[in-house]
Design a protein around this ligand. Sequence first.
Ligand SMILES: Nc1ncnc2c1ncn2[C@@H]1O[C@H](COP(=O)(O)OP(=O)(O)OP(=O)(O)O)[C@@H](O)[C@H]1O
Length: 245
Amino acid sequence: MNRPTGDARIRLDGVDKAFVNRRTGERQQVLRNFSFTLAADELVAVVGASGTGKTTLLHLVAGLELPDRGTVDTGGGQPRLGMVFQQPRLLDWTSVDTNVRLAARAARIDGAEVPRILDQVGLTEYAQSYPSVLSGGQRQRVAVARAFVVRPELVLLDEPFSALDELTARRLRLLLQELWLHTPRTGLLVTHNALEAAFLADRVVVLGGRPAQVVREYRIDRPRPRSPEDPELFDIHRQIVAALA
Ligand SMILES: Nc1ncnc2c1ncn2[C@@H]1O[C@H](COP(=O)(O)OP(=O)(O)OP(=O)(O)O)[C@@H](O)[C@H]1O
């Protein structure tokens, strides 16, 4: 793999990606000649209608899918990844501490990091609890801790808060903002929530069409820490929703 030029951390160039529906045999071209860059320490949110190809894009960046054509350049080797999905996907048979510790061990990160990250996500007192006794929001905090304990060079978030009630989702967005303020990282956030995108991201990319293209892009220059009540973010949110319609 070549190193991306400029300050791009991730670069997709001329990517084609199609899937064949196993049941109908029909081929669906999700991306064609698709190009996209993610700069170092940039957090980009991707929004778009259901089925547009947002998760496909995230999977290509993660190396979970390969392009049919074109290149996905992650800068010389696979960056250390932290991923958060819609569901926390925890190991139910063991404690919160061990869930996070195993992720650290898999990434060869010192386990001494675990108490610090549990403190950051507000779960110190639940370290020895099993996931089954935690609320949905607490479980997702464990998932966030597991993603961040590996000191990720690239954070991929696939609708991380969409299964949570609005108040819990809001708290977790604030937590994510704090983690990013503490250590800025390169990140890709897939979300259906245009306000979440505007609140968290440096840039919001609207995907549309089939095959998918970038139909609009918004640079969010609001200083951090941001407030979820910032009227300017609501304004950008309205523009994004209009672009999605
Ligand atoms: N592994 C796969 N096999 C077959 N089709 C797939 C596969 N992965 C994705 N697709 C199809 O590709 C299209 C894009 O899917 P993708 O999950 O990327 O969309 P999305 O924008 O993330 O959708 P949503 O917002 O609903 O999660 C969809 O029509 C989907 O059915």
